[in-house]
Design a protein around this ligand. Structure first.
Ligand SMILES: Cc1ncc(COP(=O)(O)O)c(C=O)c1O
Ligand SMILES: C[C@@H](O)[C@H](N)C(=O)O
Length: 358
């Protein structure tokens, strides 16, 4: 009988807090399509201020935030975007920039730290002299923190260098900032400084910040004007959206300060997992709230068996490949939950002798 659930699948799984629910119930609302929902406006203004951009726009998801941002920057047919081969936009957004936006992706290898080599980015920029035959490069996309490499933080120095490269070639820079607050806290850099070089950022309030729904895209006034129209085209114009934005404002107010603790809990979890025979991970590589570990070759344990056994103990994790599992810590995972999860991992892995019986 499972007495409690420790949900480590993602930081998208958090439930709205009582304060969020109360704010939702009391939210001041209006028709955000006909004019402007006052609570949505407050959220958009707040996130624009935090990120140092002129304006913001609430969108229902990070996927829509990235899609709108890419399509606004690449509004001319034949546009191409340079992005990481292991980034969320390229892997987990159904190819929307192409299937919906007609934008051509040009991938550059993501390094293990989430960056792309700057010389490889520059080499990927199309030569304008080939405009008759080439797509036209118009945008570079970064992702900070970088989820698929384990929540790695892109430094402000690196981001500024990519921004300089973009400017040198007359390109725009978009940052998928689904977890930009995690990166800012881990780096000890204010968010506005970290994204200073970006023309647009998509900021998820529904990830580590724990809001039930939503992201905010930020950029120049003219960018946001175009983004608002495209959001309506995509069906993302919502009426009394202040109900959702009220919860997001609570998340911003209450949960940014908890991110450092999330990172510490992730480190404790990683250190504990690293002591369990049959599991392999690099503790030093855990910079924020995301952990990837592998099951050692030679272990009789499989990802499928491990995930099933963990679920029977109330521990939910995300299988990634036949050998790899992802864990994501968030503000609704306590340190006790971390220790309980570790005890379950230990019990399950100890119960499985390796092939050579060692
Ligand atoms: C790095 C990154 N970008 C964008 C998204 C998309 O956000 P959403 O799930 O709200 O569409 C996610 C996942 O949730 C993500 O991890
Ligand atoms: C799976 C992915 O789309 C989601 N962004 C997550 O990190 O959980």
């Amino acid at each position: 009988m499972v007495t409690k659930t420790v949900d480590l699948r993602s930081d998208t799984v958090t439930k709205p807090t009582e304060a969020m629910r109360a704010a939702m119930a009391d939210a001041e609302v209006d028709d955000d399509v006909l004019c402007c929902d006052p609570t949505a406006q407050r959220l958009e203004t707040e996130v624009a201020k935090i990120t140092g951009k002129e304006a913001g726009l609430f969108v229902p998801s990070g996927t829509m935030g990235n899609l709108i941002s890419v399509l606004v920057h690449c509004e001319v047919r034949g546009s191409e975007v340079i992005l990481g081969d292991n980034c969320h936009i390229h892997i987990y957004e159904n190819g929307g920039i192409s299937t919906i936006g007609g934008v051509h992706p040009r991938t550059v290898k993501n390094n293990e730290d989430g960056t792309m080599d700057i010389d490889l980015i520059e080499a990927a920029i199309r030569d304008p002299k080939g405009a008759l035959v080439y797509p036209t490069t118009r945008l570079i996309c970064l992702e900070n923190s970088h989820a698929n490499t384990g929540g790695k933080c892109l430094s402000v120095e690196y981001t500024d260098k990519v921004g300089e490269l973009a400017k040198k070639h007359g390109l725009k820079l978009h940052i998928d900032g689904a977890r930009i607050f995690n990166a800012a806290v881990a780096l000890g850099v204010p968010v506005d400084r970290l994204v200073q070089a970006a023309d647009s950022v998509s900021v998820c309030i529904s990830k580590g910040l724990g809001a039930p729904v939503g992201s905010v895209i930020v950029g120049s006034e003219s960018f946001i004007t175009k983004a608002r129209r495209l959001r309506k085209t995509l069906g993302g114009g919502m009426r009394q959206v202040g109900i959702l934005c009220a919860a997001a404002l609570v998340a911003l107010r209450e949960n940014v300060g908890k991110l450092e603790s999330d990172h510490k809990k992730a480190k404790i979890l990683a250190e504990g997992l690293n002591k369990i025979r049959g599991l392999a991970l690099n503790v030093a590589s855990v910079e924020t709230n995301i952990i990837y570990f592998d099951i050692n070759e030679g272990s009789n344990m499989t990802v499928q068996k491990l995930c099933k056994n963990l679920e029977e103990h109330g521990i939910l994790v995300m299988p990634e490949t036949s050998t790899r599992v992802r864990l994501v810590v968030h503000h609704q995972i306590s340190e006790n939950d971390v220790h309980y999860a570790l005890s379950c991992f230990q019990r399950i892995m100890m119960g499985t002798p390796s092939e050579n019986g060692s």
